[in-house]
Design a protein around this ligand. Structure first.
Ligand code: GRF
Length: 197
């Protein structure tokens, strides 16, 4: 079992899928969720986590707080969970080197686009405004850049005929929800295999 903490900022639909898969799906025997962090008290994902009985830390950043200071304080808060990996699921803060160095190659993120083409927030808006025929949802490891770490898994989302941003997002999220638990599973199985050597 690999102990995982999930970081969120919003709706939490990916969190919900990962919880589902940990409870009764493909992650059941390899991934244990030890807690959820939200930097936003109003995030829908907070309720999802609480309803699933998971420990939740709501930890908004202070004004003027540096990313390093925030991450240092957050590391302290989550230390009792003893997470081995961090799963970012819509966490809208850029991680500092403090967090990245504490979990080297152990932080996963899902990005709604091909990071070679688009990095940062609002990837579906970008796809919609550019009238893309498809976009590529990407799961990657987090390094010190923004959406620059090694790619673990990708899936193409057809956007043909998608007439609104909502439609683009709905199609993208449906693909994310299948891809992310699968990619997490592959990743933790590899970690577990490495541990046994
Ligand atoms: C997803 O589109 C994900 O790709 C991006 O943030 C969004 C999070 O959505 N990083 P949700 O909170 O999981 O519903």
């Amino acid at each position: 079992m690999i102990r995982a903490a999930v970081f969120i900022s919003g709706r939490g639909s990916n969190l919900a899928k990962i919880i589902q898969q940990c409870q009764a799906g493909t992650l059941r025997e390899c991934c244990r969720l030890v807690g959820v962090v939200s930097n936003r008290p109003e995030a829908g994902g907070v309720e999802i986590a609480k309803n699933a009985g998971l420990p939740v830390i709501v930890f908004p950043a202070e004004k003027e707080q540096t990313r390093e200071k925030y991450d240092k304080a957050l590391l302290k808060k989550i230390s009792e969970w003893k997470p081995e990996i961090i799963i970012l699921a819509g966490f809208d803060r850029i991680l500092s080197k403090v967090m990245v160095k504490a979990f080297p190659n152990k932080i996963l993120n899902i990005h709604p686009a091909d990071p070679k083409l688009f990095r940062g927030l609002n990837g579906y808006k970008w796809a919609f405004e550019n009238r893309l025929e498809s976009t590529r949802v990407t799961v990657h490891l987090v390094d010190e850049g923004v959406d620059t770490g090694p790619v673990l898994a990708t899936a193409v989302v057809s956007l043909t005929g998608a007439a609104s941003l909502e439609e683009v997002e709905a199609r993208g999220l449906a693909v994310e929800h299948r891809l992310y638990p699968k990619a997490v599973r592959q990743f933790v199985l590899q970690l577990m295999a490495g541990r046994n050597h």
